[in-house]
Design a protein around this ligand. Sequence first.
Ligand SMILES: NC(=O)c1ccc[n+]([C@@H]2O[C@H](COP(=O)([O-])OP(=O)(O)OC[C@H]3O[C@@H](n4cnc5c(N)ncnc54)[C@H](O)[C@@H]3O)[C@@H](O)[C@H]2O)c1
Length: 315
Amino acid sequence: MLVTGGAGYIGSHVVREAMAAGHSVWAVDDLSTGVENRLDSAVERIDLNLAAADAEARLTDILRKTKFDAVIHLAARKQVGESVEKPEEYYRDNIGGLANLLLAMRATDHDTLVFSSSAATYGMPDVDSVSESDVPTPINPYGETKLIGEWMIRNAKNWGLRGVCLRYFNVAGTGATGLADTAALNLIPIAIGQLRRGETPKVFGDDYPTPDGSCIRDYVHVSDLAVAHIMAIDYLQQEEREFDVFNVGTGTGASVFEVLSALREASGIDFEPEVAPRRAGDPPKLVANVSRIQQVLGFKAEKNLVDIIDSAWNL
Ligand SMILES: NC(=O)c1ccc[n+]([C@@H]2O[C@H](COP(=O)([O-])OP(=O)(O)OC[C@H]3O[C@@H](n4cnc5c(N)ncnc54)[C@H](O)[C@@H]3O)[C@@H](O)[C@H]2O)c1
């Protein structure tokens, strides 16, 4: 199996799960945001920027020499704010990188792909829980690159690609020592960093139309998410599977205040969060409707918010 972005936070958990399921794994990763020693020594890392001018040729060469049973494509840039400031770089790297991968797969008859999509494709949905059948309307270039990526994969079924796009909701937690999310871009790693530095975690906005006024998100444990990838590959390897999109979440929302209260418990540090003004572009509520992934893939997240916070704090 080939995993792009295998040295990343989520990719390293996917690699681990794939190896546990008996796959031998190669990783494509330029370490732009990844960490080399997240990868097991049994994993061969190909040092390649997927969006570079020579990437299509290099990938084609690699895929011609080694036949992979499946490809999981996680490598991408993922900072929403940065994508607003530098949209061209996000289109070049996220869309260009995927185009190079698809061209190489097509040229070498690789036909099974799982793609990291995102709840950012939905934008600001005004519903209790959002379904794959709701019209995606991303509100920033990052979310657009993910939606365009889904279209590219859907269109590639014309030459025989079988693709699953997994729309991850808020991924958090840690599955093993050394694999933690070190980027501090999301609520849980940011708040943990603040507590460890003796600072007070912040809540951005307490006047949203939610029960406690703070934003509600669907937090899914990274180890559960990793399992969903392996289930998606198994699904694609059955007859007549061409293209599908699945939400990956728990179906349950937690507010920022609830997350910080679970962190207060896990850390044993007593704190009162500081309330700051709302940030632009935060939907009040973003929770996955998970019926489709449950019914079609048989996937159900096993871990809850306490498991997520405990593992993120302790590992
Ligand atoms: N973390 C989340 O909550 C979340 C939510 C939704 C979707 N996603 C998506 O999941 C994927 C993985 O996210 P993550 O949180 O593990 O991020 P990450 O930054 O930890 O991992 C990305 C990995 O890809 C590598 N990479 C990036 N661009 C590359 C390129 N052009 N060529 C080769 N390697 C490259 C990086 O070095 C890194 O190892 C991304 O596609 C992201 O958009 C993440």
